[in-house]
Write a protein that binds this ligand. Sequence first.
Ligand SMILES: [Cu+2]
Length: 192
Amino acid sequence: MKKYGGVTLIAIVCALAACGGGGSVPTSAGAGTTTFVQSLGPAAVLHFTLPANTIGEELPSEGVHTKTDPSWGLVGGFTQSTTAQVLAFPPNTTVTLTNLSKTYHHTLDVVKKVTGPPANFPPNPTLSTQAQGNGILGKGYASGSIAPGKSISVKLSNKGDYLIGCAFHYHEGMQDVIRVIAHATPGPTFDR
Ligand SMILES: [Cu+2]
């Protein structure tokens, strides 16, 4: 009697769950496990996870990629989660800006303040490689050169929408948008 306890339990569970038959239980459990393992594949490719209130930057080709935002259009090189996206933080957030690269120096420069989407990035803006703006994001702000793996802090004191770019790699796709707006949400990622 005891040795059939497990079988009886499966039968009861099946009855409650309206299973198609006792034989299907192990089969579907196996298939589920396989699917789960496979689903880890894309996640294993990611090489970083970012803490809250952090912007990571690197060349799109270094792994952060580009993204066509449904509102703003093509952005790249900057993320606050996993891959390139439009950035968004509430005003007065202090953000850590981290160079995710193992090789290249990067900057975050404000290209211009805008009134809304789409992002019409100017073809050849003048972007400073020297720090400007006293660590406060706004018109004319420039982070200065950030070495690979290093971070700086920037305060988002001035609300608005800003086009941003890297002074060294603007033409390699490091063009993005940061929204310093209450309740704004970062853009989507992942469907590259
Ligand atoms: Cu760069």
